[in-house]
Design a protein around this ligand. Structure first.
Ligand code: ZN
Length: 221
């Protein structure tokens, strides 16, 4: 089939959806509000249209963390420059099954202003269940410090937090956000090969909020 010139990349590559579906019963961070959607008007029940109501934490599924998430007076998500999460991005494979470490980052040769998405063992397992998995691969504080010094602009991870569960997660967030790095969490990079891509990721324009759900898509460049 010929490539659609409007939808596909210059060489016909398709967009890949790397966001997770929002639905009742989906996984959420322990203690955060669960995602809920229900019909308040239903044509099956005689209404003239279908209409849904949603309730959710701002960090449900695929979402962006703004500096305000961990920094008093930090920028809110609606202040994110539009070009932060749109443009060239690199998907980097992480082999360590527990942590993203400074040693592994050293091999990736981080570049200033780069957008980096970490594909870890999470992508192959965590989205298969609606239960929260405590042992997901996360960024170590030491690796966060390496990222902070590297001058990267945005990082993305393939589960619900950059930091691990049960301690240390706040430090990892703080180190990254204080360095001016924008964070995308809750990506599904299953089936995405490491390499160079074009990224489009736009969080909802929630005024004054510390984070917002986002749709994120990639295509090879
Ligand atoms: Zn978050």
């Amino acid at each position: 089939m010929p490539a659609c010139p409007r939808c596909d990349g210059p060489t016909g590559e398709k967009w890949i959806d790397i966001s997770v579906p929002l639905r009742n019963g989906m996984v959420h961070w322990p203690g955060d509000p669960r995602f809920e959607i229900h019909r308040v008007k239903d044509m099956e029940g005689g209404d003239s249209a279908n209409l849904s109501s949603i309730a959710m934490g701002a960090h449900s599924g695929t979402h962006v963390d703004a500096p305000l998430h961990f920094i008093r007076g930090g920028a809110s998500v609606d202040a994110m420059p539009l070009d932060v999460a749109t443009g060239r991005a690199r998907v980097v494979a992480i082999l360590d099954n527990a942590r993203i470490t400074p040693e592994e980052l050293r091999e990736t040769a981080l570049r200033r202003e780069e957008r980096i998405l970490f594909k870890t063992a999470n992508s192959g397992r965590v989205w298969k269940t609606d239960s929260f998995l405590e042992d997901f691969v996360s960024i170590s504080t030491e690796a966060a410090e390496v990222l902070a010094r590297s001058g990267v602009r945005l990082i993305g991870v393939d589960y619900l937090s950059v930091g691990g569960f049960g301690g240390g997660g706040s430090d990892v967030h703080r180190v990254l956000l204080e360095a001016g790095i924008w964070i995308v969490e809750g990506l599904n990079l299953r089936g995405v090969e490491p390499g160079e891509y074009e990224l489009v990721c736009l969080p909802l324009r929630l005024e004054g909020a510390e984070g917002a759900p986002a749709r994120a898509i990639l295509r090879p460049v």
